[in-house]
Design a protein around this ligand. Structure first.
Ligand SMILES: *Cc1c(COP(=O)(O)O)cnc(C)c1O
Length: 396
């Protein structure tokens, strides 16, 4: 995600609180070093173990490690046979990758507006965008809030549609006691540097459909009849067939090593994120100019992002000024996301206009992601909250 890279890089001033900082411990360093010493670099035993533990963690029957969430979403669409002539419904408030994979599959992305509360894809808006050509629905669990995935799956089941979830933000997200990763036909997670668990670059797809899992596994390694793990072990054979024109989407074992140790830390990561988010809530609740992120009852938010919305009607302070003023106080922020209709390619190709998605349009005007990462301290959260107060008071 290019817009996040500058924020993830080492910051210039000592006093600068970046929007994001990675959390890599000695256990990850040790595991990666051990992997390098083992001589197994491409997908191998650590990737296999990472897949097994990941499937357990989210309660999925199958998990396949890939080299990005984007690759995983693309793989899911192609493996399920989505292609030219098909329409895939998704949200305007997402990263470019969600729409791009639909285009790469040869299908046409169709947008449906978000819920006004948690800004996830609204199932009622999906219903309004269905056509005889609709083949799949791709919701996004925005910021780590679960979308109404049970309703989206029900819509899909009634009509024989596929559900591929963009769960880039949703490791740690649950509906009741069921984790995201066990609902849709395929769920794709991201381990990009800023995500709740990272392998630098990387992703995982989960599914309960064994056939779909096999097809994705074949397509992820050039469409070959065996994977490299089989071919180079003692019982492997040199012979293979190309079953389909596949891709090179496999994860390397060094990434699997990193992912394994990160995944072990997930419970600790999530309790820290929950704590920091709760602290933001306490410290920002008295500002009528801000809409704080909500959590629907009965759900678990992964707190991948802490997205606040400036109520633009409440004052003269606009979002861009707000971001500049925070930066001037040494605080990095980000915006998730520039809605898809505002990008020239999509606008010109599909004729999308932001005004056709009024809830996204309204939310975007005030959207700001405050820093939230496990290495933050309570004092860091207090510092951000104090700066937010100062900027908002000055704007009154
Ligand atoms: C990060 C992100 C992606 C892309 O993930 P990669 O692993 O970098 O491919 C897709 N969708 C959303 C919503 C994201 O935030």
């Amino acid at each position: 995600m290019p817009e996040e890279q500058p924020a993830a890089a080492p910051s210039p001033g000592e006093d600068f609180l970046p929007y994001y900082r990675p959390d890599i411990g000695e256990e990850e360093v040790e595991e990666v070093a051990a992997t390098l010493r083992s001589g197994w670099l491409t997908a191998g035993p650590r990737v296999a173990e990472f897949e097994r533990r990941f499937a357990e963690t989210v309660g999925a029957a199958h998990a396949l490690a890939v080299n990005s969430c984007t690759a995983g979403m693309h793989l899911a669409l192609v493996a399920a046979g989505v292609g030219p002539g098909d329409e895939v419904i998704t949200t305007p408030l997402t990263f470019a990758a969600t729409a791009n994979v639909i285009i790469h599959a040869g299908a046409t992305p169709v947008l449906a507006d978000v819920e006004p509360g948690d800004l996830t894809l609204d199932p009622d808006q999906v219903l309004a965008r269905l056509t005889p050509r609709t083949r799949a629905i791709m919701p996004v669990h925005y910021a780590g809030a679960p979308c109404r995935i049970d309703e989206i799956v029900a819509i899909a089941r009634q009509r024989g549609l596929l559900v591929v979830e963009d769960a880039a933000h949703a490791l740690g997200t649950a509906l009741g006691d069921r984790s995201i990763g066990s609902f849709g036909d395929v769920t794709a997670f991201s381990f990009y540097a800023t995500k709740n668990v990272t392998t630098g670059e990387g992703g995982m797809v989960t599914t309960s459909d064994g056939e779909l899992a096999d097809r994705m596994r074949t397509l992820a390694l050039h469409g070959l009849s065996h994977d490299a793990w089989d071919r180079y072990t003692a019982h492997g054979s040199w012979y293979y067939q190309v079953l389909a024109p596949g891709y090179n989407y496999v994860m390397a074992d060094v990434q699997g090593a990193l992912g394994l140790r990160q995944l072990e830390r997930l419970p600790a990561f999530q309790s820290q994120r929950r704590r920091l988010a709760a602290r933001y809530h306490e410290l920002l609740a008295d500002l009528p100019e801000l809409v704080l992120p909500e959590q629907r009852p009965g759900t678990t938010h992964s707190w991948h992002l802490y997205v606040v919305r400036l109520r633009t009607e409440e004052g003269t302070l606009d979002r861009d000024r707000f971001i500049e003023e925070l930066r001037a106080r040494g605080i990095g922020t980000s915006v998730h996301f520039i809605p898809l209709p505002l990008h020239s390619y999509y606008r010109e190709t599909f004729g999308w206009r932001l005004s056709d998605f009024p809830r996204t349009e309204e939310a975007f005007q005030g959207l700001v992601s405050l820093p939230l990462y496990t290495k933050m301290t309570d004092a860091d959260v207090e510092r951000v909250a104090a700066a937010v107060h100062e900027v908002i008071h000055a704007g009154r």
